[in-house]
Design a protein. Structure first.
Length: 83
């Protein structure tokens, strides 16, 4: 939890954008409702499970697609190019 808070603090202090108000936890082989509840009580965020099928149509379960999350995140990333 401390690392999440540090990352949020860094983001808010270094980027000129709105504060993060929601955090999505990526799928795991076993559901983690206790972790989500704990983070909701400790952080000033709305913490929810990240449901891949809300964003992507896939023919596999979440446990099988979890290793591809880094590639999916990179593909969905949008960043402005500054010269």
């Amino acid at each position: 939890m401390l690392e999440i808070q540090r990352s949020l603090d860094y983001y808010e202090s270094h980027y000129d954008t709105a504060a993060i108000t929601e955090l999505a936890i990526t799928p795991t082989p076993e559901p983690l409702p206790a972790l989500i509840d704990h983070l909701n009580t400790r952080l000033d965020l709305n913490v929810t499970p990240y449901v891949l099928t809300d964003l992507l149509r896939c023919q596999t379960d979440h446990a099988d697609i979890t290793p591809a999350l880094l590639a999916i995140g990179a593909a969905l990333r949008q960043e402005a190019r500054v010269l």
